[in-house]
Design a protein around this ligand. Structure first.
Ligand code: HEC
Length: 124
């Protein structure tokens, strides 16, 4: 009986470790996605500079939205609009999906953004 229980336990451990191996192979980026130590300068600003400030800059802010500096970005981080337009959730659908010609931010980048906003969107 003890042998049977032992082999059941061992089988379960082996089966569950296989499950996690597969999961990491299937979702490698998510497994390496650090949403704890998110830096505005390293993780958030480069994406906004590359994809958003062409339209949303201090000099000519499309739709009145400027995203050139931390202070400007902070306004939209706090209002919920930044996360809304990037995650394409209602009411930020259709013409409010950013960037307008896509692609949508990856789950990892959206998770990082949310974590940074939840911490008060620091200039770190
Ligand atoms: C090609 C120009 C263009 C680019 C690039 C662009 N936007 Fe926009 N953005 C717009 C336009 C136009 C609107 C107004 C859309 C509307 O009200 O229907 C807008 C609206 C917004 C708004 C206000 C939404 C609201 O609540 O009304 C935010 C926030 C925003 N954009 C963020 C971003 C972010 C973040 C990026 C980069 C990922 C980005 N935008 C890239 C053109 C652009």
């Amino acid at each position: 009986m003890i042998k049977l229980i032992n082999s059941l336990v061992i089988t379960t451990i082996i089966a569950s470790s296989c499950y996690y191996d597969n999961k990491e192979e299937l979702y490698p980026r998510q497994a390496n996605c650090d949403t704890v130590n998110v830096s505005f300068a390293k993780d958030i600003k480069p994406l906004i500079d590359a994809q958003c400030t062409g339209c949303h800059n201090t000099q000519s802010p499309t739709a009145g939205v400027a995203l050139s500096t931390h202070a400007e970005i902070l306004v939209y981080a706090k209002s919920g609009q930044l996360y809304g337009v990037l995650s394409w959730i209602a009411p930020y659908t259709g013409s409010k999906q950013m960037p307008p010609s896509g692609p949508k931010w990856s789950n990892c980048n959206l998770s990082k953004l949310k974590s940074w906003i939840d911490k008060g969107a620091p200039n770190n």
